[in-house]
Design a binder for this molecule. Structure first.
Ligand SMILES: [Ca+2]
Length: 191
């Protein structure tokens, strides 16, 4: 009998710890906020924190710095336009700059790094996932036990789709409507 050797490799999210305060992580909620370690108290020396923002399909990341207080020569926040720091730099923040950054894809990587002396309060940032401005048309298959040609059923289904989009933070700039097919039928029955 042949024996197969399976080697399982486990990769765990690298959570960085700085001066005892946890920092960094994966952020995939549709909105929220994150802080420098120990905020609103001073951040530590030699901090190196990485946050990975992961929006959903058809979404982009918008990041807004509400408060920034960093040593302007030597402590920085860098934003990258993608899932790693190998992607292009969207911009950097230091001193008391406040700015907003938008990714071009569903990913943004944020790195906070400090040198070995002088610490300040740090930062507070809010993010939100927004629908990409690229136009996309999504076709949906709908199953219903009711008559889909009934206008009341039509409206109820549209409302339900809108509610779902709203729950997923996708309602901005989106239109939901029935489209009449080329043969004049709104619906096609699945054969
Ligand atoms: Ca410093």
């Amino acid at each position: 009998m042949k024996q197969h050797l399976f080697i399982l490799l486990f990769f765990t999210e690298a959570w960085c710890f700085s001066g005892g305060a946890p920092c960094g992580g994966t952020l995939n909620q549709s909105r929220g906020e994150f802080f420098s370690p120990s905020y609103p108290n001073n951040y530590p020396d030699y901090a190196n924190c990485k946050w990975s923002l992961m929006a959903g399909e058809l979404q982009v990341v918008s990041l807004n710095f509400m408060f920034v207080d960093l040593e302007s020569c030597c402590d920085f926040i860098h934003m990258y336009d993608g899932p790693t720091t190998q992607h292009s730099l969207l911009g950097s923040v230091t001193g008391n700059q406040r700015a907003t950054f938008n990714s071009s894809t569903r990913y943004m990587t944020v790195v906070f790094s400090t040198d070995g002396s002088v610490t300040q309060q740090g930062f507070r940032a809010e993010w939100a996932f927004k629908l990409s401005s690229k136009q996309q048309i999504i076709k949906m298959k709908i199953q219903s036990s009711q008559d889909l040609n009934d206008p009341a059923v039509n409206v109820a289904i549209l409302e339900k789709i809108k509610q779902n989009l709203e729950d997923n933070g996708m309602v901005e700039g989106i239109k939901v409507k029935w489209r009449v097919q080329s043969d004049g039928e709104v619906f096609h029955e699945e054969k």
